[in-house]
Design a protein around this ligand. Structure first.
Ligand SMILES: Nc1ncnc2c1ncn2[C@@H]1O[C@H](COP(=O)(O)OP(=O)(O)O)[C@@H](O)[C@H]1O
Ligand SMILES: CC(=O)OP(=O)(O)O
Ligand SMILES: [Mg+2]
Length: 395
């Protein structure tokens, strides 16, 4: 048995799970939120007990120390020697990584090199890696990339219609993200359907704060809604998704903002937050949607963008065998799933409102006679990270 610590470091948060492998038994799970802000929150659940503390946590290194100390204090481990390996989610791997990799100084340098392509995510991932390297210098660490699963996309999917040297000189292409999650639900879907992956055409909707839709044929990603960065595609919590690129210089001219400032608006002040006018959190928006027109419109825009991808990807694969919903919204919001699925009978999607009334667990929500299956599958990026970490650190 080996203890793997799976780390998902965000810009202001750090999610973690300590997992006993190969049994995949979770011995501790938790999250640190609001890192670098006042009143940071640290939550950990282990041995059937939940603890929550609120205190300032200045940076990721402090967060890492707190979580390691909490593992000992709660008796999950007796000493740090019991942590056999650490796996890190890294959002952008560029074209450098089509699989997870054992972290070396050279790997860290490469992750740094592609950081400018995922400014909300990669720097935070690197901070997590460095913090662990400092505190557990002799423990093997593995990087698991959001982009890796999408490296199977054909050139016709990933090339933009731009001068060729933009791709060859600058690596400008579609990369795609949430790959670890899309891969996890793909494999689970094949198991639940009871058919070999090779025979399936799937559309996976990862809808959380960040959201992306992926077409998966024969187990491989063949197209996805995010692009060069995680800003592209559907409307998200605070991200605009696709807009006309000519808007960027236009907004700069009208508002006097720099390019960086406009991108910051598109990343952090747009999406559901901008449409609703009050929140990026889908729960808040759903709560107000009966009485607040902007909230109702935001829900419609959000669902419609995803709805259109379902038609588009079904066309691309000449049909679809199953549609998958995952991540915070996809797993929990029957309202959004209903809005996305309504009107798809023409392509064989017959969903059952009773079965759709489900939250956070695996369930088919289609009628048994539906040619297209629709499945809610809670994602588990951490277990995927742990599996790859064991595979690559045991050699
Ligand atoms: N019960 C629920 N009903 C509706 N939306 C929910 C529910 N639980 C979580 N969400 C939504 O899920 C989103 C966060 O998803 P998550 O996958 O955790 O995001 P991320 O990992 O990108 O930060 C939020 O918009 C939140 O409102
Ligand atoms: C890549 C990405 O958008 O990740 P998240 O949904 O965690 O923000
Ligand atoms: Mg996420």
């Amino acid at each position: 048995m080996k203890n793997v610590l799976a780390i998902n470091a965000g810009s202001s948060s750090l999610k973690f799970q300590l997992i006993e492998m190969p049994e995949e038994k979770v011995s501790a799970i938790g999250v640190v939120e609001r890192i670098g802000l006042p009143d940071s929150i640290f939550q950990i659940e282990a041995n059937g007990k939940k603890d929550k503390t609120v205190q300032d946590i200045a940076n990721h290194e402090v967060a890492v120390k707190m979580l390691l100390e909490a593992l000992i204090k709660k008796g999950v481990i007796q000493s740090y020697d019991e942590i056999d390996a650490v796996g890190h989610r890294v959002v952008h791997g560029g074209e450098y990584f089509s699989d997870s990799v054992l972290i070396t100084d050279e790997v860290i340098e490469t992750i740094e090199k592609v950081s400018e392509l995922a400014p909300l995510h990669n720097p935070a991932n690197l901070t997590g890696i460095r913090a662990f390297k400092e505190i557990l210098p002799n423990v093997p660490m593995v990087a698991v990339f959001d982009t890796a699963f999408h490296q199977t996309m054909p050139k016709s999917s990933y090339l933009y219609s731009l001068p060729e040297n933009y791709y060859t000189d600058y690596g400008i292409r579609k990369y795609g993200f949430h790959g670890t999650s899309h891969k996890y639900v793909t494999e689970r879907a094949a198991e639940l359907i009871g058919a070999p992956l090779e025979s399936l055409r799937l559309i996976s909707c990862h809808i959380g704060n960040g959201a992306s839709v992926t077409a998966i044929q024969g187990g491989e990603s063949i197209d996805t809604s995010m692009g060069f960065t995680p800003l592209a595609g559907v409307t998200m919590g605070t991200r605009s998704g696709d807009i006309d690129p000519a808007l960027i210089p236009y907004i700069m001219e009208k508002t006097g903002k720099s390019a960086d400032e406009v991108i910051n608006v598109l990343n952090k002040e747009s999406g559901m937050l901008a449409l609703s006018g009050f929140s990026s959190d889908l729960r808040d928006i759903e709560e107000q949607s009966e009485t607040n027109e902007r909230a109702a419109l935001a829900l419609t825009v959000f669902a419609e963008r995803i709805h259109k991808y379902l038609g588009s990807y079904a066309a691309k694969m000449s049909g679809v065998d199953a549609i998958i919903f995952t991540a915070g919204v996809g797993e929990n919001s029957d309202t959004i799933r209903e809005k996305i699925l309504t009107g798809l009978e023409f392509m064989g999607v017959y969903w059952d409102p009773k079965r759709n009334d489900v939250r956070g667990k695996e369930q088919f929500i289609n009628y048994p006679h539906s040619p297209v299956k629709v499945i809610v599958i809670p994602t588990n990026e951490e277990v995927m990270i742990a599996r790859d970490t064991i595979r690559l650190s045991s050699n």
